[in-house]
Write a protein that binds this ligand. Structure first.
Ligand code: R2B
Ligand code: URA
Length: 299
């Protein structure tokens, strides 16, 4: 049976109103959210990705795929006045931008989770669609994250709370991964979808073992042996949000998945040198995958 979202924060029950500050969305009466439910109650899928333009493209793609009757001009940024993140709604799908890295994503993720709670959305699935570096897979491969590892190669997310280090599991539900790989692929695709482990870092350069950042105190050999160690753990891609995303959604009890396309094979180098045209082609691949999965989910 479909269930609505129960967040693990007892303090929310004591609040009569809530302001989703970074989205600039007000919930004036948390005890009676009927108006809010009219606006957002049908949401079944919440997609998130780095930039506003990519999330707008995704909203257009899903609108066309699901034959939702809306003109381009109707897909408005509901959070534009907040000047932080973008939020688009097409039928039962929200598409939000999250910026670069766990810290910016976690801010909007907390607010999106509260949004689906107040709107009493039934069993929503949160999906990140993004880009990443690959390890030992051809550029353009779509990777659906199994376990998310942090920069210490531990399958967990750490956060400092009230002066303490809190460690939480960073796991995505297996059945969602399985369905995405099964329904997201098409025999006509000229790319592969795989499920693999993901390393998630707070730094694009040193944190991901690059030697082309502004600072670097190790050599190419140390870098390669680290990347090979990652590969040995089943890590097939590196990005900057998966551990936080997995741990927060797992803790909140909502379904989630991370679907990223590799822009580079890190065993061959550090610089992302693909043309903007190729990048656009690659970036559209997670859209195809998520679209097919969502279509099946909504059937
Ligand atoms: C992948 O790409 C971005 C960095 O370029 C970051 O958001 C990520 O996870
Ligand atoms: N995003 C990352 O975080 N790393 C890469 O190598 C490419 C995209």
């Amino acid at each position: 049976m479909a269930k609505s979202v129960e967040l693990k924060n007892p303090h929310l029950n004591a609040m009569n109103s809530d302001y989703l500050y970074h989205l600039n969305i007000n919930v004036p009466n948390t005890k009676d959210t009927s108006d809010f439910q009219k606006q957002f109650g049908d949401v079944r899928v919440v997609c998130a990705g780095g930039t506003k333009s990519r999330m707008y493209e995704l909203a257009l793609h899903l609108r066309d795929l699901l034959k939702i009757k809306k003109k381009d001009s109707d897909i408005v940024d509901l959070s534009e006045s907040g000047h932080r993140y973008a939020l688009f709604k097409v039928g039962p799908i929200l598409c939000a931008s999250h910026g670069v890295g766990s810290s910016t994503f976690s801010v909007v993720l907390h607010e999106l989770l509260k949004l689906v709670k107040y709107a009493k959305c039934e069993d929503p699935v949160f999906i990140r669609v993004g880009t990443c570096g690959g390890i030992g897979v051809p550029p353009g491969t779509v990777v659906v994250t199994k376990n998310a590892y942090n920069g210490l190669l531990r399958n967990e997310h750490e956060i400092f709370i009230l002066g303490e280090r809190v460690v939480r599991p960073a796991r995505f539900p297996e059945n969602v991964i399985k369905d995405i790989v099964a329904y997201g692929a098409s025999a006509d695709d000229d790319f592969q979808i795989i499920s693999g482990n993901t390393m998630s870092t707070d730094c694009f350069y040193e944190g991901q073992g690059r030697i082309d950042g502004a600072i670097c105190e190790y050599d190419e050999n140390a870098k390669m042996s680290f990347l090979k160690r990652c590969h040995g753990l089943g890590i097939r891609n590196i990005e900057m949000e998966a551990t936080m995303f997995a741990s927060v959604t797992y803790h909140a009890g909502v379904k989630a998945a991370d679907i990223c396309v590799t822009l580079i094979n890190r065993l061959n180098g550090d610089q992302v040198e693909i043309t903007m045209e190729t990048k656009k082609t690659y970036e559209s691949r997670p859209f195809l995958v998520v679209g097919r999965y969502v279509k099946k989910l909504l059937e």
